[in-house]
Design a protein. Structure first.
Length: 237
């Protein structure tokens, strides 16, 4: 029986893929993003254990409503790729209910288990942090080499995906940063949507509740109007 380490579940979401989504926030992430708004999902030794049968029972109860609203299930986190092997049977059964499967991921793992999971995934929401490797390391604590490899694999395997780009003033919003990202995106064939997400401070209180120093200090939220302008510039359509 496949067991998933789960932080929380949201049964009604319109922000985590197309239609109405049943979202599983999985526990555990190896990235150390300075602006993480789900910092409470980072630790691997927390959360609750649920079998895929426990989850599918709840999904079946909502299947008619989800299907009627062009929805399905989204695995988020934390980082769902950390539990790829356990997600495969869940996603396979969800697809048997004629619901769509979606992964919200930073794309920093690409192994056989992840490839099997992608085979039963309809849509990937790829959170792109930074195109420059050194700046990516500063922002997340890790290289973006596997992220770029993961992105290439999506293209090579013909997998539909969205790009999510959280934009932060003075960190990844320079002309070179945006032009470099556009150069990458203009060559993509299976990219279906780009979301430029303005940095916000809604998750800062979670850091304080955990007695953790917030790396970005008192950085102000990013201007939504400017974020929309950048999104329009990046969109290849």
């Amino acid at each position: 029986m496949s067991i998933l380490k789960v932080h929380s579940i949201e049964s009604f979401s319109t922000l985590d893929g197309p239609g109405i989504r049943y979202v599983i926030f999985l526990q555990g992430c190896s990235f150390r993003c300075h602006y993480c708004h789900n910092i409470d999902t980072r630790a691997f030794d927390q959360g609750k254990e649920l079998s895929h049968s426990d989850i599918i029972w709840e999904v079946r109860r909502n299947a008619g409503y989800l299907k009627a609203n062009s929805g399905g299930i989204t695995a988020s986190g934390g980082e769902p790729l950390e539990q790829a092997e356990s997600l495969v049977p869940l996603f396979r059964e969800v697809k048997g209910l004629s619901l769509t499967t979606c992964l919200d991921t930073a794309g920093y793992i690409l192994n056989n288990s992840v490839k099997k999971l992608l085979d039963v995934t309809d849509l990937v929401l790829l959170d792109y942090k930074h195109t420059d490797e050194e700046k990516h390391k500063i922002l997340t604590g890790r290289s973006n080499r596997v992220v770029k490899e993961f992105h290439r694999y999506l293209e090579e395997s013909g997998k539909n995906y969205w790009i999510r780009y959280t934009i932060l003033q003075g960190i990844n919003d320079s002309e070179d940063d945006i032009s470099g990202l556009k150069e990458i995106l203009d060559k993509c064939h299976y990219l279906k949507k780009i979301d430029v997400l303005p940095y916000h401070t809604l998750g800062v209180h979670k850091w304080r509740e955990l007695n953790m120093d917030y790396p970005l200090g008192d950085m102000k939220p990013f201007d939504p109007k400017r974020a929309r302008e950048i999104q329009d510039f990046l969109s290849p359509w």
